[in-house]
Design a protein around this ligand. Sequence first.
Ligand code: FES
Length: 146
Amino acid sequence: MNPVLSVLAIFVASSLLFIRCGQYPANIPYVPIDITISTFDPQFVSLQAVGGWAYLNGGSRGLILYRASIDQVNCYERHCPYDTENPCGKVSVDSNGLFLVDNDCYGEGCGSRFSLINGSVVDGVAIYPLKQYNTSFDGVLIRVFN
Ligand code: FES
């Protein structure tokens, strides 16, 4: 095969692989964040236990904090990464407290679900995982920043 065509074929194949794996960031607006909260605040006591979660104002359409382990708290953007122009594209924790589900308020059937554990796509039409923000946690204070 022509070397130029070989390089082109490898490039295209690599691009498709990345797209399928959802590695490209979705087009979610950048909003500067630097928030520190305390797990002793009554609004956030749920984060004292591993598996606990809480909503937090900030980001593009709001944030969700998830206590992933003894020393790790994850922070997800609620702006759905599937159709970022859709004003309904916002995820919420489902009634079981296991997944983050897109509102799908237009009833388009695109209510994708994401893992509360790591923000990855569980099912639905979404390709990209939920956007995550940087966090630090000292056992009491949680800082969210970008
Ligand atoms: S906008 Fe999120 S799945 Fe439809």
